[in-house]
Every structure is written in structure tokens, then in C-alpha cells.
Design a protein around this ligand. Structure first.
Ligand code: NAP
Length: 414
């Protein structure tokens, strides 16, 4: 495919998919989008860390060949006002694996969020967010070291599907009439109406990814989080379909929590993954009081949106929380925070959210040595109390450094 403004590197190999698996050479081309606001600062810093960690891990045998792709304000400048150029979407598909900084969503009508567009257009159905504690990171928890979990949030359905009808519109009146007269529903006059679709297909493919992750990474449980006690045919159905999928496709590898107690007296048999479920409200409490009981979490879109931020807060907050949006193979890794416009181009903010999203990306392509080196160097840098402003304000005796200064310290610790 030829592109108008995207320049593919002249060396390196595109990632391909064969037999349902990624094929990654020692010289893969990976896409990156700098992002808006603080995006350029954190991308510059994180990219220096990634390249240094790859060099350290493989001594020149492996190298990433970066292809810059454009979205957001930078894209608008290049593509004559187009914030979401079609060729960027094509390149993300062609390259299979990419990483992006945050993007501005102008508030107001007529502008679809670029992040939501990307997820929908590429059907990136699993939003994946790990939360891990590093010794010394400021945390509100008494035992933050117990927090070691990864959340799989369904990314395409639920109230996020955008099926909403505004109070006072003819569409709203039509739907209200149908619901009242044909379905016997009862609700206040002029209520805004939203539809929450949750399907077996959408639920099962998300839970499949979560269980496969648990198998590949030796995790002991997968918890289905839902609000099925109230929303029986959507949230409750998600729970039901999750258990069904586990039994149908992973019967050998999994047992349910009920079986754990009925058959095994509460002692997990070696190698089995326990499938359990928790109601969303109690899950917020449990993640604070007994986080050690949870390792992999699979949940619906809205629950996952709230829960992932709450979990991130337990281990240092959005400044270091990484994330990814993943389809069957195509993956877009991203900083989970926004563009923090007041800090744009000040070389001030914490680059760790994007940097650790990059670590997830290296794990995804099978270069686990890179993420291990970055985690180790991050741990050392935090122990030395060399941190950006967000951590410095919560730590006694910290040395505050800039975004680029933090990358320098981390690279020195690799
Ligand atoms: P935000 O950009 O995440 O910033 C909120 C606050 O979080 C910042 O003021 C800062 O806190 C802190 N923060 C964010 N990133 C940080 C970092 N790397 N290091 C340290 N602290 C960090 O949220 P927002 O102000 O609500 O949104 C701004 C724009 O970003 C909006 O246009 C929104 O639509 C967009 N957005 C994009 C994404 C995405 O692209 N994935 C996600 C969310 C929001 P202090 O002020 O306390 O220092």
C-alpha cells in the first residue's frame, strides 16, 4: 500500500499473522502516534527508553523500526484539517502493532472521540489494563504490594455503543411510545433513553481473551465482574456467557469457584484456573480490602471504565497506568491518561504510562526481556527517589526531574 504522508521505514519487516499467531522478525516495523498536548514530550522520552532497553536486551541483534502515523492535531495540520485520516487507519491495520499518545477530544457536537473511533473502526474489542505495584511509588493503600492484577474491559458494547435518544426529540418519543404501549414499560415523561446491548458474541470473545491470558501467564483466577443482580439480561447474561465459554472452550484448564469448594475443599488443584464472579459494587470494595484475591478480571464496558481507574489509583494513578486496545491480532497500545494541555511542551509530566504501555507492546510481540529490563530500571529509579512532579509532591525527600530527565535516569539504571 502506498501512502500520501506516512513514510514507512526503508528497513525492517512488517509483522504478519500466520496460523492465528503474530510473526515478528528481529527487525519489526512498529507504528507510533505522538499524540496531542503532552504527547510529544512523553513519546520522545518513552521512545528513548524503549530503544535503549532493546539495545541492552539484545545487543544490536534486534531493533525496532518506527513508522510515524498521524492522528489528532498533528494530523489536522498535515491532512488539511482531517483529525482522523483514513490512511492512518490503513497503516495501523497493515502494521498490526502500534502505540499512541493521548489525543484531544474537542467538547461539543459533531466530533466523535478519536479514541472511540479508533476502537470502533478497528473493532479493538478488549481494553487491557494491568495494575502492578512498584516499591516506593506513592499509594493510598496499606498493602499496595498485594495489588497485582490485569483488567480486560469489553470495548465495543454496553451503554458505550452510543444508542441514545435525547429527551424531547421525535426519535425519543417514538421509542418511548413503543416501550410503553408495546412492551409495557413504565418510566417518567420526557426521560432520555439509552440502550445497553450486551451480546453472547461480544462477551465471549472478551472472556476468551482474559482466560487465554491467564493460561499463558500462569494466573490462578479469572473474575467476571458484572451488575447482574439488577441488569439480568445484559450484565447477568455477561456472567452466564462467561461461565459458558469457560466450560465450552477451557474445560480442561478451568474450574468454577463452586467446584473449588464442592470438589476440592477450597484448595486449587495445581495448574487449574478458578473462574469466579463478583458483583461490580462489592468488587470496588474488595479491590481495596483484599486485592490479593484477584489476578485477571473480565468485565463489561462501563464497569471496566470505572474499575480500571480505581485500580490504577491504588498503585500510583494515571501517570503510570498503561493500557492497550486489542482485537484478535491488531493492537494499539496507549497511555491511559489524556493530553493534560496545561503541561504541553513543558517537559514536565510523567512518561511512565506510555512507557509501560510500550512494555506491554514488547510483551505482546514476545520481547519479554525488554519489559523486564524497563520494570527493573523503573524500580531502581523510584528507589533513588528520582521522580517527576506528580510523584515528587507525594514523596518525602524526592528529587524532582523533568520528563526527559526521568528518561535519562531510567536509561542510566537499565
Ligand atoms: P488528563 O489529560 O488525563 O489530565 C488530568 C490530570 O491528570 C492532569 O492535569 C494531571 O494532574 C494528571 N496527569 C495526566 N497525565 C499525566 C502524566 N503523564 N503525568 C502526570 N500527571 C498526569 O485529563 P483531562 O484534562 O480530563 O483531559 C484533557 C484532554 O485529554 C481532553 O481533550 C480529553 O478528551 C483527552 N483525553 C484523551 C485520552 C486518550 O487519548 N486516551 C484519555 C483521556 C482524556 P495535575 O493537574 O494534578 O498535575
Amino acid at each position: 500500500m502506498s501512502y500520501q504522508h506516512i513514510q514507512m521505514p526503508t528497513s525492517g519487516d512488517k509483522i504478519t499473522i500466520q496460523n492465528d499467531k503474530l510473526v515478528v522478525t528481529d527487525n519489526p516495523i512498529l507504528g507510533f502516534v505522538e499524540g496531542d498536548g503532552i504527547g510529544p514530550d512523553i513519546t520522545r522520552a518513552a521512545m528513548r527508553v524503549w530503544n535503549a532497553a532493546v539495545e541492552k536486551a539484545y545487543g544490536g541483534k534486534r531493533k525496532v523500526h518506527w513508522a510515524e502515523l498521524f492522528l489528532g492535531e498533528k494530523a489536522a495540520g498535515i491532512y488539511d484539517g482531517d483529525y482522523f485520516p483514513a490512511e492512518t487507519l490503513e497503516a495501523v491495520k497493515e502494521l498490526v502493532v502500534s502505540i499512541k499518545g493521548p489525543l484531544t477530544t474537542p467538547i461539543g457536537g459533531g466530533f466523535r472521540s478519536l479514541n472511540v473511533s479508533l476502537r470502533q473502526d478497528l473493532d479493538l474489542y478488549a481494553c487491557v489494563r494491568p495494575v502492578d505495584y512498584f516499591d516506593g511509588v506513592p499509594s493510598p493503600m496499606k498493602r499496595p504490594e498485594d495489588v497485582h492484577a490485569i483488567l480486560f474491559r469489553e470495548n465495543t458494547e454496553d451503554v458505550y455503543a452510543g444508542i441514545e435518544y435525547e429527551s424531547g426529540t421525535p426519535e425519543n418519543a417514538k421509542l418511548a411510545k413503543f416501550l410503553r404501549e408495546e412492551m409495557g414499560a413504565d418510566f417518567f415523561e420526557d426521560a432520555g433513553l439509552g440502550i445497553k446491548p450486551i451480546s453472547p458474541f461480544g462477551s465471549k470473545r472478551l472472556v476468551r481473551k482474559a482466560i487465554q491470558y491467564a493460561i499463558d501467564n500462569n494466573k490462578d483466577s479469572v473474575t467476571l465482574v458484572h451488575k447482574g443482580n439488577i441488569q439480568k439480561f445484559t450484565e447477568g447474561a455477561f456472567r452466564k456467557w462467561g461461565y459458558e465459554l469457560a466450560a465450552e472452550e477451557f474445560g480442561e484448564e478451568t474450574i468454577t469457584e463452586a467446584e473449588l469448594w464442592d470438589k476440592y475443599d477450597g484448595k486449587r488443584p495445581e495448574g487449574k484456573i478458578v473462574i469466579k464472579d463478583r458483583i461490580a459494587d462489592i468488587m470496588f470494595q474488595l479491590m481495596q480490602l483484599r486485592p490479593a484475591e484477584f489476578s485477571v478480571i473480565a468485565t463489561t464496558n462501563l464497569n471496566g471504565d470505572y474499575l480500571s481507574d480505581a485500580m490504577a489509583a491504588e498503585v500510583g494513578g494515571m501517570g503510570i497506568a498503561p493500557g492497550a486496545n486489542i482485537a484478535d491480532h491488531i493492537a494499539v497500545f496507549e497511555a491511559t491518561h489524556g493530553t493534560a494541555p496545561k503541561y504541553a511542551n513543558l517537559d514536565k509530566v510523567n512518561p511512565s504510562s506510555l512507557m509501560f504501555s510500550g512494555s506491554m507492546m514488547f510483551d505482546y510481540i514476545g520481547w519479554k526481556e525488554v519489559s523486564a529490563l524497563i520494570a527493573d530500571a523503573f524500580g531502581k529509579t523510584i528507589k533513588q527517589k528520582i521522580v517527576t512532579y506528580d510523584f515528587a509532591r507525594q514523596m518525602e525527600g524526592a528529587t524532582e526531574v523533568s520528563t526527559s530527565g526521568f528518561a535519562d535516569a531510567l536509561i542510566a539504571n537499565l
